[in-house]
Write a protein that binds this ligand. Structure first.
Ligand SMILES: Cc1cc2nc3c(=O)[nH]c(=O)nc-3n(C[C@H](O)[C@H](O)[C@H](O)COP(=O)(O)OP(=O)(O)OC[C@H]3O[C@@H](n4cnc5c(N)ncnc54)[C@H](O)[C@@H]3O)c2cc1C
Length: 453
């Protein structure tokens, strides 16, 4: 059996290595147009800041490892130009311009995403960047730095992690965001507010409700012109570099050309076995969309965690096994300027759009008992439907956020309601955890609201 995987990111590499575990005999090839084998894109901001000393440190295994230990053939700097599904083959083009044809019995598309580029005039100028690859990271690092003025377009997870990295390198950073607050794809406005405040305290300038129209400067970036969406006021921000971090767009070009169906979110539609509309063709990772567990809406998830899980299922099935994808909750976390922020399940606006009536319970607690010095404030917000079923949670604080959101993820996955969750027996000891955890208190608050209704 010949299995070909297109893309050596988290989904593609994971798929290939799982396929190998499933079948000892399969001939497995990964084709990637990048220079490096799989590396952590998530680590790029920390290599830019210098916290991770070398970009190469993000590469998980060197190329030799794939043949020797992975028993997988890895073709780097090779572009798949066309897939002909009727005859199970594809055309590839190598770096030197030579072309080759590859045959497959099972194909896995793991082509990922590309940065989404808003309609800003002058983006071709020197000093404009996006952040997706190690190459991008290196270019941003050498152009930014002490004394440089940087504008980041977009206050989502990538934009803000990058803003923090550039700030750490001594750049003077301004973030310009179209929406009224930061991180709104990740958490609700009230939770985002805590992060926003912290960013401003750290002297990173945030300009919200504002659309960047134009890059100024002759050939090189000298700044941007932008418009406030509320007041229509025109502003100019001077800059030496501009990084566009305005979201991602699934890379579906090959799939579309091959007649593989996309879904309503304009990504490759897959089922719970990661099968596409074409037989023996699977897809995984950021190029796909899949029904959200809570809203049922076909959703694209831009998370490495999801890409790896989808890749695993695609790899097993492509190699003749039988695996099913677990329900997806979009469990997410980041840390910005010392504040940890996390979410699971849909934000309130997305749930409302899906027709759900959301009841929330929110508490401001501490990570330690009141009487114990050293506790840090933690805000926990739980989202329930009007029948009391837990559908989401969001947490912000300086510590212990990630594992609390994971607790909510388990509860949501298991269909718990707020009443059951409020009675959870959490652990307690003065130096490490409070008697009543903010998680259970937030569920109790939601439960009381539902009862009153
Ligand atoms: C700065 C940054 C920070 C992030 N932080 C987090 C985080 O903290 N937590 C988290 O969960 N996620 C995070 N993510 C998201 C996570 O990195 C992605 O979800 C994950 O990398 C997606 O994996 P993938 O395999 O689907 O796609 P990709 O990693 O994009 O891999 C797809 C690969 O396919 C290649 N390809 C495409 N077309 C072809 C072709 N025709 N021929 C050959 N090769 C092709 C592409 O060049 C690419 O190398 C972050 C992303 C970025 C950029």
């Amino acid at each position: 059996m010949r299995i070909v995987v297109i893309g050596a990111g988290a989904a593609g590499t994971g798929a290939a290595l799982e396929a190998r575990k499933t079948s000892r005999e399969a001939e497995i090839t990964i084709v990637s147009n990048e220079e490096f084998p799989e590396y952590s894109r998530c680590g790029l901001p920390y290599a830019i800041s210098g916290e991770i000393p070398e970009f190469e440190g993000l590469v998980l295994h060197d190329q030799g490892w794939y043949g020797k230990f992975g028993k997988v053939k890895l073709m780097l700097k090779t572009q798949v130009t066309e897939i002909i599904t009727a005859s199970n083959r594809m055309e590839v083009k190598h770096e030197d311009g030579s072309a080759e044809e590859l045959q497959y019995d099972s194909l896995i598309l793991a082509t990922g995403s590309k940065p989404s580029i808003p309609p800003i005039q002058g983006l071709q100028k020197e000093g404009v960047f996006t952040l997706r690859t190690i190459g991008d990271g290196r270019r941003i690092m050498s152009a930014g730095g002490r004394g440089k003025r940087a504008v980041v377009v977009g206050a989502g997870l990538i934009g803000l992690e990058l803003a923090e990295a550039l700030h750490a390198r001594g750049s003077e950073v301004t973030v310009i965001e179209f929406l009224p607050n930061v991180l709104l794809a990740m958490v609700d406005d009230d939770i985002a507010e805590v992060v926003k405040k912290r960013i401003e305290e750290r002297n990173v300038k945030l300009i919200l409700n504002t659309k960047v129209d134009e890059v100024i400067g002759k050939d090189k970036v000298k700044g941007v012109k932008a418009t406030n969406m509320k007041t229509n006021e025109k502003i100019t921000v001077e800059a030496d570099i501009l990084v566009v971090a305005a979201g991602i767009k699934p890379d579906t070009a090959l799939a579309e050309k091959a007649g593989i169906a996309l879904g309503p979110a304009k990504a490759i539609k897959v089922d719970d076995h990661m099968r596409t509309s074409v037989e023996n063709v699977y897809a995984a990772g950021e190029c796909t969309e899949y029904p959200d567990f809570i809203t049922g809406a076909s959703t694209r998830v831009g998370l490495g965690t999801v890409a790896v899980r989808q890749g695993k299922v695609a790899g097993i099935n492509a190699a003749g096994g039988n695996a099913t994808l677990n329900n997806l909750l979009n469990t997410r976390v980041t840390k910005l300027f010392g504040v940890e922020v996390a979410g699971v399940g849909p934000c309130t606006d997305i749930a409302a759009k899906a027709g759900m009536k959301i009841v929330t319970g929110k508490v401001r607690g501490s990570t330690l008992p009141e009487y114990m010095p050293g506790g840090k404030e933690i805000i926990v917000k739980v989202l329930s439907n009007d029948e009391g079923r837990l559908v989401g949670a969001q947490i912000v604080g300086e510590e212990q956020v990630a594992q609390r959101i994971n607790v909510f993820a388990v509860a949501i996955l298991k269909g718990m309601n707020v009443e059951e969750f409020s009675m959870l027996e959490t652990c307690y000891a003065p130096p490490i955890a409070p008697t009543w955890d903010s998680m259970t208190i937030s569920a109790e608050a939601a439960m009381k609201k539902i009862r009153r209704k």
